[in-house]
Design a binder for this molecule. Structure first.
Ligand code: CMC
Length: 436
């Protein structure tokens, strides 16, 4: 970051002397006012619950222009990455800062492939879960448990440990997600097949069984690969900030990523794809396209507590570029599966059209986000609804690790410790029990 020529001056109406605060430029996007010395100079904190105006870090990984609807990984537009690269190239880009050449791509892919198996003991660990456990509950446990199985890669201050834990996490997430699925349906786990691509192998572990040959469908393989690319990173969102904050204590990478998985689970974040599909299913059950008007009325009624899931975003105040790419993939997958007339897809398109013309959504700049269509694609691939967020976690793992490693390499890195505006009781004495 570069010091700007101008400064910010903070003045107070009660006669407290004003102070100057440095301003920094990034390479693109809004400048920041450096308030680190504010408390020392004034005894005051800033107040910004929800981080509406606070840059919690500097980062060189992902850039979003929410007004333009632009998403860049290391400077490359998401549209170009989604159409010209695969997920392994995207992982290399996010982790190391550059797109691999052919040799680097081959080496990186084979490195990841060589770590796809998990410790055999993990399947016994998995048996501790109820068969009807939510996959995200299982994933939170399994990812955290990796730190109990891979003791040789838990020191975040050791660059080799960081590298090997990064590769292990990227390589093993598909295996763990597929194991969580197979466990809940009572089928045998399928070992990874290293002759397949990253997404082909995931389809194999999910849908193959030991009794029959399984052939990976290239259209579904490419669709899944695109889902992974689109979800790979998204700068300082809630789960990424959770990973950074958790990792800032010096905890091991597996524990920090498990914290990210837990955060992602919520319906305002990664859980939105599951919630969006359930919402479409409910509208369909209650009358389908004909009843969209009633549903929109409910969404607009603040007291109903109903939201249009898959719509709106803290940063995008324009069409989420990932939603456009996902809509394209949705059409391809539905066609491949002979589901062109899928009623939920039709419903989603109709709902989107109506919402985009409605003043409530237009005035609030609410547009479809990536989750509006990703559920329909995943369902068409055969992925069960409760597993959607686990797929998101699988894809986001590389972003979480890239951000965690960037933080650890940042000379300004400190343990994260937000402050507060205290509004509770002032000091008082504890009365004996009989007098309370
Ligand atoms: N349906 C109806 N109204 C909405 C919606 C929605 N989906 N999203 C925002 N609003 C309204 C909100 O009620 C508020 O209205 P008002 O100004 O009258 O009070 C206004 O729009 C601004 O919303 P906000 O809640 O202040 O915005 P936020 O930045 O805090 O929330 C959000 C962002 C993503 C949590 C929210 O839009 C939402 O809950 N969307 C539905 C869930 C969803 O699709 N999440 C996936 C996000 S993309 C994937 C990911 O990153 O995980």
């Amino acid at each position: 970051m570069k010091l700007a020529d101008n400064k910010a001056t903070l003045s107070f109406s009660n006669g407290t002397p004003s102070i100057d605060l440095p301003v920094y430029h990034g390479s693109v996007g809004p400048d920041v006012v450096d308030i680190r010395k504010l408390y020392a100079q004034t005894g005051m904190f800033t107040y910004d619950p929800g981080f509406l105006s606070t840059a919690a870090t500097q980062s060189a990984i992902t850039y979003i222009d929410g007004d333009k609807g632009e998403l860049l990984y290391r400077g490359y537009p998401i549209e170009q990455l989604a159409t010209s690269c695969d997920f392994m190239e995207t992982c290399h880009l996010l982790l190391y800062g550059n797109l691999p050449n052919a040799v680097q791509k081959k080496d990186f892919s084979s490195l990841v492939t060589n770590h796809t198996m998990v410790h055999e003991q993990m399947q016994f660990f998995l048996r501790g879960f109820r068969r009807d456990a939510h996959p995200m509950a299982i994933m939170t446990g399994l990812v955290g448990a990796l730190s109990a199985f891979y003791h040789d890669s838990t020191d975040i201050n050791n660059a080799e440990h960081r590298e090997i834990s990064a590769i292990r996490l990227i390589a093993k997430m598909p295996t763990l997600v597929a194991m969580a699925y197979k466990y809940t349906i009572g089928q045998p786990y399928m070992y990874p097949k290293n002759s397949l691509s990253y997404s082909g192998n995931f389809l194999h572990m999910m849908f193959a069984n030991p009794c029959e040959e399984y052939k990976v469908n290239p259209v579904l393989e490419r669709a899944l690969d695109r889902i992974f690319i689109l979800h790979a990173d998204h700068e300082q969102n809630a789960s990424t900030s959770t990973v950074r904050l958790c990792g800032s204590s010096g905890t091991n990478p597996f524990a920090a990523i498990a914290a990210g998985v837990a955060c992602l689970w919520g319906p305002a974040h990664g859980g939105a794809n599951e919630a969006a599909l359930n919402m479409l299913g409910d509208i369909q059950k209650n009358g389908g396209v004909e009843k969209i008007g009633d549903f929109i009325k409910q969404v607009k009624d603040k007291n109903s507590g109903v939201k249009l899931m898959g719509f709106g975003h803290r940063v995008y105040k324009n069409y989420d570029p990932r939603a456009k790419l996902m809509q394209e993939t949705c059409k391809e997958v539905l066609q491949e599966m002979g589901l062109e007339k899928d009623p939920l897809f039709k419903l989603a398109m109709a709902l989107e059209k109506i919402a985009l013309e409605d003043d409530y959504f237009v005035s609030r700049k609410l547009y479809p986000n990536v989750d509006f269509y990703s559920g329909i694609v995943q369902r068409a691939i055969g992925i069960p609804v409760p597993l959607f967020t686990a797929i998101f976690a699988l894809a986001r793992t590389v972003g979480w690790i890239a951000q965690l490693n960037e933080m650890i390499g940042d000379p300004e890195y400190k343990i994260g410790r937000p402050r507060q505006l205290f509004t509770g009781a002032v000091p008082r004495d504890v009365k004996p029990l009989a007098q309370r």
